[in-house]
Design a binder for this molecule. Structure first.
Ligand code: NAP
Length: 247
């Protein structure tokens, strides 16, 4: 599974799962574009880790929920690299509250970043992929999108929506040699889950058949599998990376 000569754009590549994906794809030989929202220091740290593999690395700040930011980002990428072969729509946020306490802006911001951001990425990057007649799109869902979760109605809606979009766009782009798949992680140890106490994490881990919280690298391996050129007949799929939680 060699990605030499290919370019990957990973949204939310500065930290957590996105960082592990960037490093994994760089290790496989890809040029990597690390998108981030505001944490430049973290993006530069990811860039250093990727540079160790000797391929092209670029860090770009852009809010994935804004079409104008996408346009600027894609323009810059094309000035540095040929095109984009692999798009990983990984950027995501949570604003957890029980429904009765959830404000309109909590709902809108999560939908805008997670769902609309993924839609904009697929729409704009697939234009470049169609010209090349090649592409791999991987969208970051969650088992919360499959099973729901109290306190996460906004997040669950965004992640379930990503699954619907993944299947729809897989059908639209399959004849163009572009695959579209989703990864649905379970409980992964990142900043997103850091707010939970060790006790809660331990209790949650006991409910996972694998008896441990996942690592960002666990998710990155699954993304790498979908990103490979060998995975050309694999599209519209949702792969749970959850230690057996959703089984
Ligand atoms: P994280 O550690 O909180 O990192 C979030 C990343 O998204 C950061 O790189 C952040 O950039 C970026 N980001 C946030 N809003 C953005 C925006 N509007 N535009 C561009 N980038 C933006 O999260 P994580 O745990 O690695 O999660 C990554 C993805 O996996 C998310 O889609 C999440 O929903 C999904 N997921 C996570 C888990 C889990 O247990 N952790 C489980 C299932 C699914 P800055 O660094 O600049 O802020």
């Amino acid at each position: 599974m060699n990605l030499e000569g290919q370019t990957a754009l990973v949204t939310g590549g500065s930290r957590g799962i996105g960082r592990a994906i960037c490093v994994q794809l760089a290790e496989m030989g890809a040029n990597v574009v690390i998108n981030y929202a505001g944490n430049k220091q973290a993006a530069l740290e990811t860039a250093e880790l990727c540079k160790a593999y000797g391929h092209g690395v670029l860090t770009l700040k852009a809010d994935v929920s804004k079409e104008a930011d996408w346009e600027t980002m894609l323009q810059t990428i094309q000035e540095h690299f040929d095109s984009i072969d692999i798009l990983v729509n990984n950027a995501g946020i949570t604003k957890d509250k029980l429904m009765m306490a959830m404000k309109e802006e909590d709902f809108d911001s999560v939908i805008d970043t997670n769902l609309k951001g993924t839609f904009l990425g697929m729409k704009l990057v697939s234009k470049l992929m169609i010209k090349k007649r090649y592409g791999r799109i991987i969208n970051m869902s969650s088992i919360v999108g499959l099973r729901g979760n109290a306190g996460q109605v906004n997040y669950a809606a965004s992640k379930a929506g990503i699954i619907g979009m993944t299947k729809s766009i897989a059908k639209e782009l399959a004849s163009r040699n572009i695959t579209v798949n989703a990864v649905a992680p379970g409980m992964i140890g990142t900043d997103m889950t850091a707010a939970l106490s060790d006790k809660v994490k331990e209790e949650m881990a006991q409910g996972i058949p694998a008896k441990r919280v996942g690592t960002p690298e666990d998710v990155a391996y699954a993304v790498a599998m979908f990103a490979a050129k060998e995975a050309g007949y694999l599209t519209g799929q949702v792969l749970c990376v959850d230690g057996g939680m959703a089984v």
